[in-house]
Design a protein around this ligand. Structure first.
Ligand code: COA
Length: 258
């Protein structure tokens, strides 16, 4: 069904593999088109509770935007390219279902930006993160200047953006860019275990947390007001009644997603 993505749906977790290993999974037009299609599927398919994004092969998560598509672009074309990338990654960030990056190698440029747009990141020991755009005479265009500052703070982000310096998985963990470092072999299993826990919670409450936490970084929104709204919304759900009753009755809650 997809040319540049492989997908596997298992236990409510959709694993999306960006599948251009001979180009280190670089993000070309087709990958963006298909990512947008799959984001729609994630929202609309009730069998999907959460998703993992990873890369094909053992070398790269995603080695960036496809540089071979940059030739001949003028300023307006480049702005449209950045807008498309930013819009796609904003859809990942704001998806009502959790989307997590399992970083299995190079996450450079657009690859690092893709990983940062996910709710959080788990990395294999061989993962490498960086924004090497200044090597090419350009700057990150898919949200990298913003999300790197948000995730690791301005000082370190500035150093990485300005120097194109790559960091390994352990340094990324120390900086808070990734939550866990695993072996390459256990990366997906570890990520799925975290999602199994999340998938056992009330889906609308999970979606409310994503919305409220993302509002911290959205200047058009008052995050505290979003939290009040989402808190109120949760009281109008069947799952809130089920969750609180189950606690009081000392039994495990069974959530319906309603
Ligand atoms: N866009 C397009 N093609 C890319 C790519 C990218 N971002 N990154 C890698 N590739 C391609 C290479 O051109 C090469 O293709 P080829 O075999 O047809 O020549 C293939 O993927 C393998 O990459 P290669 O550079 O030979 O692997 P390597 O192990 O020597 O180096 C990297 C790995 C990641 C260090 C190197 O590929 C690299 O620096 N990539 C670009 C990273 C970058 O600047 N990203 C930001 C883009 S805005």
């Amino acid at each position: 069904m997809y040319k540049t993505l492989l997908t596997i749906l298992e236990n409510g977790i959709l694993t999306i593999v960006i599948n251009r290993p001979d180009k280190l999974n670089a993000l070309n037009k087709e990958v963006f088109f298909e990512l947008n299609k799959i984001l729609e599927e994630i929202e609309n398919n009730p069998a999907i509770k959460s998703a993992i994004i990873t890369g094909a092969g053992s070398k790269a998560f995603v080695a960036g935007a496809d540089i071979s598509e940059f030739g001949g672009l003028n300023k307006e074309d480049a702005m449209a390219l950045a807008k498309r990338g930013q819009d796609t990654f904003a859809r990942i960030e704001n998806s009502s279902k959790p989307i997590v990056a399992a970083v299995n190698g190079f996450a450079l440029g657009g690859g690092c930006e893709l990983a940062m747009s996910c709710n959080f990141r788990v990395a294999a020991e061989n993962a490498k993160f960086g924004q090497p755009e200044v090597n090419l005479g350009l700057i990150p265009g898919y949200g990298g200047t913003q999300r790197l500052v948000q995730l690791i703070g301005k000082g370190k982000a500035m150093e990485l953006l300005l120097s194109a310096h790559m960091i390994d998985a352990n340094e990324a963990k120390q900086l808070g860019l990734v939550n866990y470092v695993t072996t390459a072999e256990t990366l997906l299993e570890h990520t799925k275990k975290i999602l199994d826990i999340i998938n056992s919670k009330a889906p609308l409450a999970v979606a409310g947390c994503i919305k409220a936490a993302n509002a911290v970084f959205d200047e058009s929104k008052d995050g505290y007001a979003v939290e009040i709204e989402e808190f109120g919304n949760s009281f109008a759900t069947e799952d809130m009644k089920e969750g609180t009753s189950a606690f009081l009755e000392k039994r495990k809650a069974v959530f319906s997603g309603k």
